[in-house]
Design a protein around this ligand. Structure first.
Ligand code: GLU
Length: 391
């Protein structure tokens, strides 16, 4: 075994030890080249049925599953009889509009035939980059999952302009994994993982089973995968890996062509795993603690400080005042009456709304504000205690 940031050893994990088996929330991404038959431009139905069975198999054992599916453009271009070769932006957008409805229909048919409600979510780059849109998308995903639906996500290709486009679903899937706090992301692809070189050209190219750190050496292995339909190569997969591991999510690149492509991963099929540096919650908390300039602050009473120390959320009742201007979703400081910063967290209300509900019971929020927001001003998952609180 070669030590360092990657290794060439054979799989040693037992199936139940796989990050996939241990995950609570899993995002699976399927590429266009898998879904759409090259010869006919139609959905590869037999394969898709086995993918759906795998998703249901994960759900049956209590895992929450999100699917990120490409294929809209590949399906739509055939329907519109667009010629082979690269499409202009407006042609891909037209193809996506035609193809997405077919894609959604196929998933609806297959999943609802198995009594699972499918939800279509179309996202743009802006939805993951702009804080408020990010939070809205996150809340929608959370609600769908808690209601037992299976979200099927694609980029909203018809409205995304070139500058605000992901263009590939690898990064989109990684953002979704981050947004949803998923602990495992599986990229099903036309390659079975990462190699030290291009395995088609370089007979000495070695397969990499595990990457514990994405070093410049690993990035140099990017290259591109030659695929007629997909737009992501190894480069976008490595970019996706960066996002996923920083968010505390395991990521795996695996061959998607075989039947039951997800189950195979757990059973030890060859694939490359990228290891996260922390859990999703720890990664999120690190990000909160590292905020350079909190937008504002709230001051709390000793009872609330006691609750925070015990690992509980910050409720409006324990807050005595607000400082500065902030929006829902901003990071704010939590201060004692004496002004010591004891915590930081993502606040669920704007400064104006917060000012109205502080000191009040959560049950009164709806009446005071005219809408029912969260019971907590800062949820414990969004809150990190600073050193001052621990002493
Ligand atoms: N969003 C595109 C589609 O559904 C695919 C992007 C990709 O190939 O990753 O056709």
């Amino acid at each position: 075994m070669i030590r360092g940031t990657y290794s060439f050893r054979m799989p040693t994990r037992s199936p139940m030890d796989s990050p996939l088996a241990r995950a609570r929330r899993v995002v699976v991404k399927v590429g266009s080249a898998l879904l759409v038959e090259a010869a006919t431009g139609r959905i590869n139905r037999t394969w898709l049925e086995t993918l759906v069975e795998d998703l249901l198999w994960m759900r049956a054992r209590g895992q929450q599953v999100i699917l990120v599916s490409s294929g809209a453009i590949a399906l739509g271009r055939r329907q519109l009889s667009l010629a082979k070769g690269p499409l202009r932006l407006e042609e891909s957008q037209a193809a996506a509009a035609v193809g997405q409805i077919r894609l959604a229909h196929a998933y609806k048919e297959l999943l609802e035939g198995r009594q699972v409600t499918v939800a279509q979510v179309l996202l743009t780059l802006e939805d993951s980059e702009r804080r408020r849109r990010y939070l809205n998308a996150r809340a929608t995903l959370e609600t769908l999952l808690s209601l037992g639906a299976l979200p099927v996500i694609n980029e909203n290709d018809t409205v995304a302009t070139a500058e605000i486009r992901y263009g590939d679903n690898d990064r989109l899937a990684a953002r979704v994994a981050q947004m949803a706090g998923a602990d495992c992301l599986i990229l099903l692809s036309d390659v079975d993982g990462l190699y030290t070189g291009d395995p088609h050209r370089d007979p000495d190219a070695k397969f990499i089973e595990e990457v514990s750190q994405i070093t410049p050496e690993i990035e140099a292995m990017g290259g591109r995968s030659a695929s007629e339909f997909g737009s992501g190569g190894m480069t976008t997969k490595l970019l996706a890996a960066r996002i996923a591991v920083a968010a505390g999510c395991h990521m795996c690149i695996a061959a998607g062509h075989p039947l039951h492509p997800v189950r195979r991963v757990q059973e030890g099929a060859r694939c490359t795993w990228f290891l996260p540096s922390a859990t999703p919650i720890a990664a999120r908390k690190q990000w909160i603690a590292g905020t350079l300039r909190p937008a504002g602050a709230v001051t709390i009473d000793p009872g609330a400080l006691h609750a925070l120390r015990a690992g509980r959320s910050l409720l409006p009742a324990g807050v005595t005042g607000t400082r500065g201007q902030f929006e829902r979703g901003d990071t704010v400081s939590v201060l004692t009456g004496e002004g010591a910063e004891v915590a930081r967290g993502i606040i669920a209300y704007s400064d104006a709304d917060a000012a109205k509900i502080i000191g009040r019971q959560s049950a009164e929020i709806g009446d005071i504000l005219g809408f029912r927001g969260r019971d907590e001003l800062i949820h414990r998952d969004d809150l990190v205690l600073m050193q001052a609180a621990r002493t």
